[in-house]
Design a protein around this ligand. Structure first.
Ligand SMILES: O=C(O)C[C@@H](O)[C@H](O)C(=O)CO
Length: 272
């Protein structure tokens, strides 16, 4: 049985766009984060008016043109597959604005939403501005693309990162959580994971659990699934032979990623 925290692809045609994934507050435990993944054929378009949310449009694969008011970002996107492992372009749009996405080639765009706390300028986040980071050692090595980290003031509440984990490795590990609004020790941030796997028939494991185990779900995740992390630790383990990609969206009352490691496993960080 699929966990209530795991969503299989919808693949629902809506107008000219295929809605591949859609995670809404109204049908999840989330209060801050929403996520949509759309697929567009060349010249097909998707339009949306944002109300209380801001949105980061990630040109996941293929090429798109994003228009908001007088802004037009033409032919953005840098890769045919996320597994080319190069950063891509994104566009940030604040609440109250309308945007249009048009496929230049067949393309996929990830729409990452969170509350719009202040009106901010629409901004192209160019691939070359996306910081790339290597984290961890041994089987905890992974690569991170920081699309909208907390050090970047482009957004008012939204955080967005991409993570690559090689087969046999673990990421979001040692397990950490960010579910207490208790700064400076820990921030409260909900999170979604949009997963892709190379090759696509692969699977990986993601566990979401709390200290008291009132929540403790271990999921077999497949290509295209979304895992919702309303609270708790959320490590990912990738079987040998497969590479994992995931796109994280995070948001909460404070735009700071201050996490707390599971004390039982924090020793992993101290290995020589
Ligand atoms: O460093 C990683 O392995 C990625 C994670 O930090 C991931 O972005 C996350 O869990 C954020 O809370």
């Amino acid at each position: 049985m699929v966990s209530h925290l795991q969503r299989k692809p919808l693949n629902e045609q809506r107008g000219e766009a295929k809605i591949v994934q859609e995670i809404l507050k109204r049908d999840s435990r989330l209060q801050y984060v929403e996520f949509r993944l759309i697929e567009l054929e060349p010249e097909a378009s998707y339009e949306e008016t944002l109300e209380g949310d801001e949105c980061c449009i990630v040109a996941l694969t293929g090429s798109i043109t994003v228009t908001e008011g007088e802004h037009s970002f033409e032919g953005i996107g840098t890769r045919e597959s996320v597994f080319e492992r190069v950063p891509t372009d994104s566009v940030f749009v604040s609440g109250g604005k309308s945007f249009r996405i048009e496929g230049v080639t067949k393309a996929r765009a990830a729409l990452c939403y969170s509350p719009s706390l202040t009106s901010l300028p629409t901004k192209l986040i160019k691939a070359e501005e996306v910081g790339t980071e290597q984290r961890g050692k041994y089987q905890n090595r992974r690569t991170v693309h920081n699309i909208l980290p907390d050090s970047d003031p482009t957004a008012s509440s939204l955080l967005v990162v991409e993570v690559y984990t090689e087969g046999g490795n673990f990421s979001s590990y040692p397990p950490h959580k960010h579910d207490q609004d208790n700064m400076p020790h820990e921030s409260f941030l909900e999170e979604t994971y949009y997963h892709e796997i190379d090759p696509q028939q692969g699977f990986l494991f993601q566990r979401v659990y709390t200290d008291d185990r009132s929540l403790d779900e271990t999921m077999a995740v497949e290509h295209g699934d979304v895992v919702i992390v309303p609270v708790g630790y959320h490590p990912v383990g990738v079987p040998d032979g497969y590479t994992s990609y995931y796109l994280n969206v995070m948001a909460g009352p404070t735009r700071v990623w201050k996490f707390h490691n599971d004390p039982d496993h924090e020793w992993i960080l101290d290995r020589q």
